[in-house]
Design a protein around this ligand. Structure first.
Ligand code: GRF
Length: 196
């Protein structure tokens, strides 16, 4: 059974989907939900689902990423994770931190990578006049939003879409793609998943 730690920064809707998926013959189980924001709404949701939680507020570290990550590692390593899932985690991790978990750290990004790495992905797709958008699960490597792709889900961009309506349509697919990706990855299968 693989021990899964999930890192969040906000509401944690992807974390909830991942936790709910880890039942029965799923090869993973959640062991920790960890946030850089003690007020993250996802921490309460995780606690309500009976998952251990921890929070290390990044603000007192004033941009000293290494010091923040040293503090983050304490509860994280104590949980003994086999796999780390970044799920709406909004801090950029240093190469040293990534190197510790490379090959067993996953992320979900709300665009069809390699298009639109970084932020404001939906508005950028709309501004570009794209006819489709989506989300990507990938392994986390030193290059931001650029690791080996483990899955993608596509949605149409519809007339009148705003960044918010598009984000909501993509989020539905994120909650399908990320659990499917984790189940396959935890079983040792890195072959990518393409939805629909
Ligand atoms: C989602 O759009 C996800 O793609 C991105 O962060 C947003 C919020 O995710 N990674 P969540 O609801 O906190 O899981």
């Amino acid at each position: 059974m693989k021990r899964i730690a999930i890192l969040i920064s906000g509401g944690g809707s992807n974390m909830v989907a991942l936790v709910r998926s880890m039942t029965g013959d799923h090869p993973g189980r959640p062991v920790l939900v960890l946030s850089n924001d003690p007020e993250a709404g996802g921490l309460k949701k995780a606690a309500e689902m009976g998952i251990a939680t921890a929070a290390i507020d990044h603000r007192p570290f004033r941009g000293d990423r290494a010091a923040f990550e040293a503090a983050l590692l304490e509860p994280l390593l104590a949980a003994g994770p086999d796999i780390i899932c970044l799920a709406g985690f909004m801090r950029i991790l240093t190469p040293a931190f990534i190197a510790r978990f490379e090959g067993r750290m996953l992320n979900i990004h709300p665009s069809l990578l390699p298009k639109y790495p970084g932020l404001h992905t939906h508005q950028r797709a709309l501004d570009a006049g794209d006819t489709e958008a989506g989300c990507t699960t990938h392994e986390v490597t030193q290059d931001l939003d650029a690791g080996p792709i483990l899955g993608q889900a596509r949605v149409p961009i519809l007339p009148g879409d705003t960044a918010d309506t598009l984000a909501a349509r993509v989020l539905v697919q994120e909650h399908i793609l990320y659990p499917a990706t984790l189940r396959r990855f935890a079983a040792g299968d890195r072959s990518p998943i393409f939805l629909p």
